[in-house]
Design a protein around this ligand. Structure first.
Ligand code: SF4
Length: 357
């Protein structure tokens, strides 16, 4: 059987990795900065366009590497302007997975909103966290995305240059693919990369503590923790990871970091009718967040097939928000976007393809 040789993508590489590539190509270390500039500022689509590099080096690079951008394979546009993009993770001449057998696509969601244009990116194909209310969780785990696979979602959409914010809230738990997530953040924020302020990036987590500690120590991005219930037994029913990573431990960790000045912490709270939307929950949530500089985002649930609970009524969400505010916790109801194309958190399911490679 013929084995495909997949050239490694340059897109997504850090400066240190590009220095290694430069050395392999017989170039001086400063060529790595020139390559980074062409990749992340010039956004070239071919190695041939890196004209600062000697012709021989470009030829060698083209034999062994590729820029690596892959256009989305499908898009769905919502009436409210939200666009859901589907990306293949593996093909005959590219590979965006560090492991796994491929055949599963990932999704990114573009959300324009007045002067903001946010892209919600995926960090894994599928997810192994198994949250009961999540379509991605139902799919199981199919592999970790490479940094190139994450950065490609940002670079390969037509609205790429308009983006003002990135949220790691698509498919997967970023802390479960922390090496690649941190590298992607480095590409987005480093001077040699896109030079974005880390304040334009929010990373969401269910609270996988080992990864979370690294994210907090090694980056300055905003953090969003999926809470959904202040009661451990109820949270464990909705999110089995509560048993391995109890929320109380996550909050203990959060108390060690300065969220008042350097970065923002938010608690994500999806609301279900008669499940977690009463005043008892609001008060327990406020108690749990005591001493943590944190705002609460209340999220309207988008019903998914096979999950027994339905969305909390609007009035109850408003009462819940008001009660939290009375208790000194800043809480807002997050606007619902892209419902008609199933673009909400927990609804991303991707597609399973017949692997043809
Ligand atoms: S909600 Fe997030 S962490 Fe939970 S299963 Fe879905 S993608 Fe994974």
């Amino acid at each position: 059987m013929k084995e495909n040789i997949v050239k490694k993508a340059l897109i997504g590489m850090t400066l240190a990795e590009l220095e290694t590539v430069a050395s392999e190509a017989g170039l001086r270390p400063f060529a790595a900065k020139q390559m980074a500039r062409r990749l992340y500022v010039g956004r070239v689509s071919s190695i041939e366009e890196m004209t600062e590099l000697p012709k021989g080096a470009r030829e060698w690079l083209s034999e062994h590497y590729q820029i690596g951008l892959q256009a989305p394979v499908k898009e769905s546009r919502s009436a409210d302007g939200t666009v859901k993009y589907l990306f293949a993770t593996r093909g005959e001449d590219f590979d965006f997975l560090t492991s796994g057998k491929g055949g599963h696509d990932v999704e990114a969601v573009y959300i324009p909103d007045r002067d903001r244009a946010t892209l919600c990116v995926s960090s894994q194909a599928g997810c192994r966290m198994g949250c009961k209310f999540c379509m991605t969780g139902r799919q199981g785990f199919h592999g970790n995305l490479t940094t190139a696979g994450i950065i490609n979602q940002i670079f390969a959409i037509p609205e790429s240059r308009e983006l003002t914010n990135i949220v790691f809230m698509g498919m997967g738990e970023p802390m479960d693919n922390i090496d690649e997530a941190i590298k992607a953040i480095e590409v987005l924020t480093a001077k040699w990369g896109l030079a974005w302020s880390p304040k334009r990036i929010t990373v969401s987590s269910i609270g996988k503590i080992d990864g979370l500690r690294r994210l907090l120590d090694e980056t300055k991005v905003h953090v969003a923790i999926s809470v959904h219930s202040p009661y451990p037994s109820q949270r464990a029913e909705l999110m089995p990871v509560e048993k391995a990573f109890p929320l109380t431990k996550v909050m203990e960790l959060m108390r060690d970091y300065d969220f008042a000045h350097q970065r923002r912490l938010s608690a994500e709270y999806i609301m279900w009718d008669g499940v977690n939307d009463d005043m008892r929950h609001a008060e327990a949530l406020a108690r749990m967040l005591k001493g943590v500089d944190c705002r609460v985002n209340l999220i309207r649930f988008h019903a998914i097939p096979g999950f027994e609970h339905s969305p909390a009524p609007k009035e109850r969400m408003e009462r819940f928000r008001d009660r939290l505010n009375e208790l000194g916790v800043t809480a807002t109801i997050r606007a619902s976007r892209g419902e008609d194309i199933e673009a909400a958190c927990g609804m991303l399911a991707g597609e399973e393809r017949q692997a043809s490679y």
